[in-house]
Write a protein that binds this ligand. Sequence first.
Ligand code: FAD
Length: 481
Amino acid sequence: PKGLMWFRRDLRVDDNAALWRALRTCREVVCVFVFDKAILDSLPRADRRVEFIRESLVELDAELRALGGGLIVRHALAEDEIPELAHALDVQAVFANRDDEPAAIARDAKVFGALANAGITFHTAKDQVVFERDEVLTKVGQPYTVFTPYKRAWLAKLDDFFLKPYPSRGYAESLIAPPARYDAPVPALQDIGFEATNLSTLEIPTGAQGGATLFEDFFDRIDRYDAARNFPAVRGPSYLSVHLRFGTVSIRQLASVAHQLSLQGNAGAATWLSELIWRDFYFQILAHNPHLAEGKSFRPEYDKIIWHHGKHADMLFDAWCQGRTGYPLIDAAMAQINQSGYMHNRLRMVVASFLCKDLGLDWRRGEAYFALHLNDFELSSNNGGWQWASSSGCDAQPYFRIFNPVTQSERFDPEGKFIRRYLPQLASLSNKVIHAPWTASPVELEAAGLTLGEQYPKPIVDHAEARDRTLQRYGVVRKVA
Ligand code: FAD
């Protein structure tokens, strides 16, 4: 039979479950990627993720061509385009890797229906995660909502079978080149209505080769991950999240290396594997709780909270977005996301807590801002992270635990290196006051050439007062619970 491989969030040839299955089952396989108007139309015209995808497709297309195939790239509504293309190419089956975001499930259901009407089958495979949906359940068959027992069960279930690579490349003889009328180079960004971003100046490597380079680099320091991962000024984490997001690395390969090292007693690798398990954890939470995609709190009683709203709240929100809160660690973190689309995990936790527990703003505003700006934006992890910080999520931070943005700064950026990188106007403050410039003496401020309220804002809230307001605001939860 003839098959169509539909690439989505799995932009690689190696160890790709659906591609492997297509190549094994079909004598001829054509490959396609659709820039889906249903997703793209709502994005700003300069979006690093669109550029990341585009650059990764150029590499994927070249790789497929070298193997005798090639990539058809369309800019259309995927739910219409895939059935039309399958029909025009006269294929008997379409293959794709599963995506459990509610919008993707709805899209795939439409595609499934349209294909079925035309007598074409639609096969999906697990590829994004090690364990999905109902694969890891409690003894009584319920989904886990607490991480630690989930992790224990995840590790207990793990064996070689689940990490075995799918050797797609070994079956490449089934790949066929796109027919002449669909055979065109990957469109330029402008051709799909987008502008270039600063992705290349940021030197964020794209494609499967970029993912492999980052992993090699991380592999050399994985044993230090444990010690380094909480310090944003240090190259501690892997920076692989955007590659996991778009499937330019294989989760099985990463988990397999981390697992092997961890069995050999490598503490850094064990901690890193835990982070990969958090990723699976949030995926299955979303799969079992699709209403999370509609802005609902995981714990319904938290939807009773009345957030600060109105003009003053809008002003606070703008200051948070633009990194003008007067708290240097918060502002440096927001500069990092605004300039690069990345934010260090520790900082994501701190700025998220600051938004809902210092500014009293609805976490959904922050969630939406991250969704727009993060290169690695992932509905399940982003929602999980925000609901963790706002205490409304599963296995979340208790509501009365409130990060102090100054002590977090003193602990995790003790020399203010990260702050100085993003807020050069504070560079000459001492290590002691850089975390809270309003505590500097007039002499020190003058020596640093700094007037608060001019080159750098005064704090927009008082943390101690905000803390009291938050405890009151969250009182409604206590009453209900
Ligand atoms: P590393 O430390 O190298 O971790 C390796 C991988 O493990 C990551 O790439 C990621 O896939 C996974 N991982 C690590 N921490 C977590 C976590 N807490 N939850 C789930 N997976 C994790 N991660 C996203 O991928 N997309 C998001 O949209 C996202 N939004 C977040 C929002 C908030 C408020 C918070 C607190 C966290 C969020 N995270 C998100 C999780 C985490 O911050 C990032 O995965 C991590 O910072 C990415 O950098 P890295 O690849 O260098 O991480």
